[in-house]
Design a protein around this ligand. Structure first.
Ligand code: FHN
Length: 458
């Protein structure tokens, strides 16, 4: 508790002094704040609510929407910018952007296949965009006609199928929901050279518009929770000036009152006084994790969240697998993104990489799921580590040329060491006050990351 209070005070001061967006958005203040808003949640209750999420460690982010129709090109104009922001960087007026709805017909969408791809990769939950900044509802909304059932030739609710399939295949189903809404009538843009109804990083609200919009959002969130029972609400777009800390607290309380065991990310608020249940570092992995708080690093597999047909800057399977290990070794979750096409297909390069990750996870998943951060005070030279009460998992990236793996002391003594790939073969080891020297085979069973298990004595 004392440690936590110190962390909070530290965070507070960092926040007060830093004010840099990424820092604020990647941290969350401890749950004590939440308790003041919803019936006081004990630590045990919070741990119970967060349990599945903490043990999951690996999830699929899905950015899917009308922006997949232009797929990064508008009137011949392309951009290095992220695809789902095309309404902003191509300065597309609302009335023109709406026309993409008539071209959105994902006939190749197959919910079972999407969930199978995630499950096969070792992912335990799915977070899909119910509504992104463009304001288009990717589900059958009773609150808006600007949705996939009413406004597209598809006239079907893919989210209903995906939620059912996730349940059937045992993955948690979750929603992304944008507070920023470029389509809401009271929202307008006041920026040089921008159409007032186009997209923009910052927007303004017409007088009285915000109250209406908050009612609208709450109505959509109510139907989303009642109809699809999501495990997480992943808010975004909170950086609008018209969105306040008080709004964030109120929305957090509202959503938890609809589903008490739901988990809500930090972007429900502004992250200064108060910020949800977990932090959300984006496109980065905090150097030393985020001590004392739950966090999840979200990342693209190429350089865009929404589909862009010409973005081929794909990460390698090695990078993705080592990111997952690095994040788990720092006590975080990894939310890895796919951006499906307007036809309803996950891009081939994404499927290929997820299959490679899945092979590694099939063999080594126990060294990720349900683990906690590395017990070592400093970063290991040869790789990373994760831990469980009775064992430590060493993830060896750099195999020792002489086969001798030097492991710093970790405060417990070794009962037995072995490769996760061959548990029956105990590794020879020499223990000293400095630590441990393990004799490894000449070549690594897995060049990306070979897991060595250290069963420990209490
Ligand atoms: O603007 C969004 C962006 O489109 C994407 O959704 C990412 C995902 O975390 N979040 C915002 C940028 O920080």
């Amino acid at each position: 508790m004392k440690q936590l209070m110190i962390t909070v005070i530290l965070l507070g001061s960092i926040l007060f002094f830093s004010q840099s967006n990424n820092v604020v958005r990647s941290q969350n203040l401890a749950s004590t704040d939440n308790a003041t808003l919803v019936r006081a949640e004990t630590k045990a209750e919070r741990d119970q609510r967060m349990k599945w999420w903490r043990e999951a460690r690996f999830g699929m982010f899905i950015h899917w929407g009308l922006y997949a129709v232009p797929a990064g090109e508008y009137k011949g104009k392309r951009s290095e910018r992220i695809g789902e922001w095309i309404m902003e960087w191509a300065n597309i007026p609302r009335a023109d952007y709406e026309k993409f709805a008539s071209q959105f017909n994902p006939v190749k969408f197959n919910a079972a296949e999407w969930v199978r791809i995630a499950k096969n990769a070792g992912m335990k939950y799915i977070v899909i965009t119910s509504k992104h900044h463009d304001g288009f509802a990717m589900y059958g909304s009773q609150v808006s006609k600007y949705d996939i059932v009413d406004a597209t030739p598809y006239h079907r609710d893919p989210i209903k199928e995906l939620a059912a399939e996730a349940k059937r295949q045992g993955l948690k189903f979750c929603f992304y929901y944008s507070i920023l809404d470029w389509h809401y009538p009271a929202v307008y843009v006041d920026a040089a050279g921008k159409d007032p109804t186009a997209g923009n990083r910052t927007t303004k609200m017409k007088p009285g518009g915000k109250e209406e919009y908050v009612k609208y959002m709450k109505a959509q969130l109510r139907e989303l929770i009642a109809t699809y029972d999501p495990g997480v609400l992943w808010f975004d777009g909170e950086w609008q000036d018209w969105w306040t800390e008080a709004d964030g607290k109120d929305l957090y309380r509202y959503v938890r009152s609809l589903k008490t065991d739901i988990i809500i990310n930090n972007r429900v608020g502004k992250g200064r006084e108060y910020a949800g249940d977990f932090g959300t570092p984006e496109q980065q992995i905090p150097a030393n994790g985020l001590a004392g708080v739950d966090w999840e690093s979200c990342m693209t597999m190429n350089t865009t969240w929404g589909f862009k047909f010409y973005d081929d800057k794909w990460k390698t399977p090695e990078t993705i697998i080592r990111n997952l290990i690095d994040i788990a070794s720092k006590g975080g979750n990894y939310l890895l993104n796919v951006g499906p096409t307007a036809e309803g297909q996950i891009p081939g390069p994404s499927i290929e990489r997820l299959a490679e990750v899945g092979k590694w996870m099939k063999a080594n998943g126990e060294s990720i799921y349900g683990t906690t951060a590395s017990p070592f005070a400093t970063q290991l030279k040869f790789g990373r580590a994760t831990s469980k009460p009775d064992r430590i998992y060493l993830h060896v990236f750099d195999w020792p040329a002489d086969g001798s793996l030097h492991v710093p002391a970790f405060g417990k003594s070794l009962k037995r060491g072995y490769l996760l790939a061959s548990p029956k073969t105990a590794l020879k080891s020499v223990e000293s006050s400095e630590g441990l020297v393990l004799q490894l085979p000449a070549a690594p069973p897995d060049p990306i990351a070979t897991v060595v298990v250290l069963e420990t004595k209490d």
